[in-house]
Write a protein of this length. Structure first.
Length: 467
C-alpha cells in the first residue's frame, strides 16, 4: 500500500504546484518565441457578461498568458525533438496541428528589361546537406548542428499580376515626376532547398518572371534574383529567420544603384557590426528546437564616410495593425544597437516597421529616393546614403499621409517598390494599401485605438520588449 499512497501524494503535489503557478504567478504579456503580444485580461461590462463574451475572453486570456509560456513551449519542443521518427532516412517531425503561419502584413502567399532571370539550384549554394524534415506549419528544416536552416515553402504558381498593375499605376501617376522601380525579392527556399524537398515548394522565379512581363515600359525592373543567385554560397539569407541578411540586401542595393545610375560604395566603406547568438522568427514559426540550438551571427554594415540625419514619424497601432495615432516625430539613430542573443536584431534598421522615415545625407546630387517596402526592404536604405541626397522609407502597412502630396512636397525623384515574393504574389495587403495611399485623406488614415493598457501592463510590456 506504500507505493500507491506515495504515487497519490506525488501526483497531488505536482498538480497543487501547477495550480499555484498558473493562478498566482505573474502572467506573461509578450512571447519572445512567437514574437507577439499575448492576450490581455478583457474589459468587463454587464452586456459582455450576459452574452458570454466576457467569460470566453477570460478563458482565452488564461490559456494564452500562462506564466513561463516560452519556457514551457521550449520544453515541449525538446520532447518532440527527442521523440521524432526517422522514415526512409528523412527525419519528420509530427505535430498536433498544421496551422498556417501568420505575420502582420506578410501574406504567404515585357520582355524583361535587363538580364533575363536565370535558374539557380541548391547545388550552387552548397549550404546544406540532404538532411531535411518538415516541422510545424510546413516549415522545412535542413542541415545539421550549427548549420541548421529553416525554410518557408512557397505555394504560388505564376501570379503577381495585381502587384505589377499596382506598380504600373504608380508609374502612370508619377510619370514625368519620379522614376518608378520594381524589386521582387525571393526568399531563401529558392536557393537552399534540398533536391528531395523540392516537391514541397514551388519555384519563385516563375512569379518574379511573370511580374516582370506585366510591367509597363515606364517601370524599371530590378533583377535581384540573379544578383542573389550569383552569391548564394555566401550568407545572403539568415538561417533562423525568414528574412534575408544585410549582406543579401547589399547585393540587391548594388543592383538597384546600377539600374538607377547613382554612385554606390562597396563594403570597404562600411564598418561591420555583429550581434552574436541571433535566433530569429523561424524558431517560433517552426516550433523546432534544432533552430534555437543553431544560433547565428547577425552582421550589418554602417556607412563610415557620409554624414546623415534620420527623422521619424512613429505610429501607434491597434490589434489589427492599423494606425491609431502618431507617437512622436523627432530625430533618432538609423541603426539601433542590440545585445548579443537578442532575437530583435532585425530591428537594427530604423527600429522596426511602424514608422515613416526620412534620412537627409551629405550627398548633394539632387536625387531623392522613396522606398515603399515590406520588412525585407529594411536592410536596403542604409546602403543608399552615398547614393541619394535624401532617402524616405514607407512601410506598405503604415502611412498616414497622401502619397501624391508627399512625393510632390518632398521632391521625390525615384520611387523603389520593394517586396518579398510572398507579398508580391498576394492580391491584397501590399497592393491594396499602396493603391489606397495614392488618394488617401490624412484625416481618414487613423483607426480606433486598441484597449487602453493599465500602468502595470505598460510596465510589463516595456520589460518584455526591452533589449
Amino acid at each position: 500500500m506504500q507505493y500507491p499512497r506515495l504515487y497519490v501524494a506525488l501526483t497531488a503535489t505536482v498538480f497543487t504546484a501547477m495550480t499555484a503557478v498558473l493562478t498566482f504567478f505573474p502572467r506573461s504579456s509578450f512571447s519572445e518565441l512567437e514574437k507577439r503580444d499575448l492576450a490581455r485580461f478583457p474589459e468587463f461590462t454587464l452586456e459582455r457578461l450576459a452574452s458570454g463574451e466576457f467569460t470566453r475572453d477570460v478563458s482565452a486570456w488564461f490559456s494564452d498568458s500562462e506564466p513561463y509560456r516560452d519556457r514551457l513551449m521550449t520544453l515541449s519542443m525538446r520532447v518532440k525533438q527527442r521523440t521524432r521518427l526517422a522514415l526512409n532516412d528523412e527525419s519528420v517531425t509530427f505535430h498536433a496541428a498544421e496551422e498556417e503561419m501568420e505575420e502582420a502584413g506578410e501574406t504567404p502567399t515585357p520582355a524583361i528589361v535587363g538580364d533575363p532571370l536565370e535558374e539557380y539550384h541548391r547545388a550552387d549554394a552548397d549550404a546544406a546537406d540532404e538532411n531535411a524534415k518538415v516541422a510545424h506549419a510546413g516549415i522545412i528544416i535542413v542541415g545539421r548542428g550549427d548549420n541548421v536552416r529553416a525554410l518557408m515553402a512557397y505555394g504560388g504558381t505564376g501570379g503577381g499580376e495585381e502587384f505589377a498593375k499596382m506598380v504600373n499605376e504608380y508609374a502612370d501617376v508619377f510619370d514625368g515626376q519620379a522614376q518608378v522601380y520594381c524589386m521582387v525579392i525571393p526568399n531563401a527556399t529558392e536557393f537552399y532547398i534540398p533536391e528531395k524537398m523540392k516537391g514541397r515548394s514551388k519555384p519563385q522565379v516563375a512569379t518574379i518572371r511573370n511580374i516582370h512581363e506585366h510591367l509597363s515600359p515606364k517601370v524599371k525592373p530590378v533583377n535581384v534574383y540573379n544578383a542573389l543567385g550569383r552569391h548564394a554560397g555566401e550568407d545572403i539569407y539568415l538561417r533562423t529567420d525568414h528574412h534575408w541578411s544585410p549582406l543579401g540586401g547589399f547585393y540587391a542595393a548594388n543592383e538597384f544603384a546600377r539600374i538607377a545610375d547613382v554612385p554606390f560604395e562597396d563594403l570597404t566603406s562600411y564598418d561591420e557590426n555583429v550581434v552574436h547568438g541571433f535566433v530569429g522568427s523561424m524558431y517560433g514559426y517552426s516550433k523546432d528546437i534544432s533552430v534555437k540550438e543553431a544560433p547565428e551571427d547577425f552582421v550589418y554594415y554602417v556607412p563610415r564616410d557620409v554624414d546623415y540625419v534620420t527623422r521619424y514619424t512613429a505610429y501607434e497601432t491597434n490589434d489589427k495593425y492599423q494606425i491609431t495615432r502618431i507617437l512622436f516625430q523627432n530625430s533618432g539613430p538609423y541603426f539601433y544597437k542590440h545585445r548579443n542573443g537578442s532575437s530583435g536584431a532585425y530591428n537594427t534598421f530604423m527600429g522596426g516597421d511602424q514608422r515613416l522615415t526620412k534620412v537627409m545625407t551629405t550627398t548633394p546630387n539632387g536625387r531623392r529616393l522613396m522606398i515603399i517596402k515590406d520588412s525585407f526592404g529594411n536592410t536596403l536604405p542604409g546602403y543608399f546614403f552615398y547614393s541619394f541626397e535624401e532617402v524616405h522609407v514607407v512601410d506598405n502597412r503604415y502611412f498616414h499621409l497622401n502619397m501624391k502630396d508627399y512625393v510632390r512636397d518632398n521632391g521625390i525623384t525615384d520611387i523603389l517598390i520593394a517586396s518579398s515574393v510572398f507579398n508580391a504574389y498576394s492580391k491584397k495587403g501590399f497592393c491594396r494599401n499602396c493603391l489606397r495611399y495614392l488618394n488617401q485623406d490624412p484625416a481618414d488614415a487613423f483607426a480606433a485605438p486598441k484597449k487602453k493598457a493599465t500602468p502595470k501592463e505598460h510596465k510589463e510590456e516595456a520589460a518584455a520588449q526591452e533589449d
